[in-house]
Design a protein around this ligand. Structure first.
Ligand SMILES: C[S@@+](CC[C@H](N)C(=O)[O-])C[C@H]1O[C@@H](n2cnc3c(N)ncnc32)[C@H](O)[C@@H]1O
Length: 275
């Protein structure tokens, strides 16, 4: 398809998806959403947005593929190593000053690399058994990958590089075994984690946490939706709990900014100080 996708096309597309599948993309940031839709049209060689809409209307199984393609799933272990050092050296010790355990929510966990980075870090601190970790995503395909704790071996190069920069205690390969070109993570890292399907757009508060990580997810939402989701995170945090967003994101502009203080501006770490 050569011609530009128009805003009206995207509106029709999001309407159909909302009515048929009850997923609401109308508050995703339009420019990146448009790029993703354009990509799907090229990938599947649809002649027009209408052809894509027809396929979605007539073939429910295709929606799962669409969902995987329209969301951006790029992730790495120990992405932004200095951030992980901050979690290890300051944030977790701070939480554990007043608590005997720590509850953590990874919202938008993709295929799990961020979650397993946390599990490795907790293991190296000797507190993995004190942690309750919930990891959620809208995309069931990436969740399946995460639950398997298995990655292509070739991906481990970048993960290892990040881990070295994070200054972990070991070598990353101590945490997995190699089999048929795959890296299979130690059971002890995978088994305690609860991976669940969850849509940040429509789901309500489901539990309370000491630490919420939602990194590189809200950049795909418009300000309206970011505000709504940030309110939900605020409600999902215990008082003095921490909220962490991605390196290109911030909380200082949002409606509930006054209920948080900035703990680390570089690493985008915020602490809830008001209910
Ligand atoms: C770029 S990945 C970020 C992964 C990880 N947090 C990181 O920073 O490496 C963004 C993830 O957000 C998920 N996502 C997008 N919209 C979502 C929504 N409405 N609810 C929950 N997850 C969503 C995508 O499926 C994708 O796995």
């Amino acid at each position: 398809m050569q011609q530009e996708i128009e805003i009206v096309d995207l509106r029709r597309l999001t309407e159909v998806i909302k009515n048929k599948y009850n997923y609401d993309f109308s508050n995703y940031a339009m420019s990146s959403f448009k790029r993703r839709v354009q990509r799907i049209i090229e990938l599947y060689k649809f002649a027009s947005v209408d052809a894509l809409i027809r396929k979605l209307s007539e073939e429910p199984p295709f929606f799962r593929e669409f969902l995987s393609e329209v969301t951006v799933n790029v992730t790495e272990m120990f992405r932004d190593p200095s951030f992980w050092r901050e979690i290890r050296d300051h944030i977790l010790p701070n939480i554990l000053l007043n608590h005997s355990s720590v509850s953590i929510w990874h919202a938008g966990c993709s295929s799990g690399e961020e979650v397993f980075s946390m599990a490795i870090l907790l293991k190296e601190m000797g507190i993995l058994d004190k942690a309750k970790i919930v990891a959620t995503d809208i995309d069931v395909d990436v969740l399946q990958k995460a639950r398997s704790g298995t990655y292509p071996l070739k991906n481990m190069d970048i993960n290892q590089k990040n881990y070295v920069r994070f200054q972990g205690n070991q070598s990353l390969d101590r945490y997995y075994r190699e089999e048929n070109g795959k890296a299979i993570l130690d059971k002890s890292l995978v088994e305690g984690i609860s991976f669940r399907e969850h849509n940040l757009v429509s789901s309500a508060v489901f539990s309370k946490f000491d630490l919420i990580l939602c990194r590189n997810v809200m950049i795909y939402f418009n300000q309206n939706l970011q505000n709504t989701v940030l309110k939900m995170f605020h409600e999902s945090l215990f008082k003095y709990g921490y909220l962490i967003v991605g390196s290109k994101e911030s909380l200082i502009w949002c409606e509930i900014a006054n209920k948080f203080i900035v703990v680390n501006n570089e690493e985008k770490i915020y602490k809830k100080i008001k209910d």
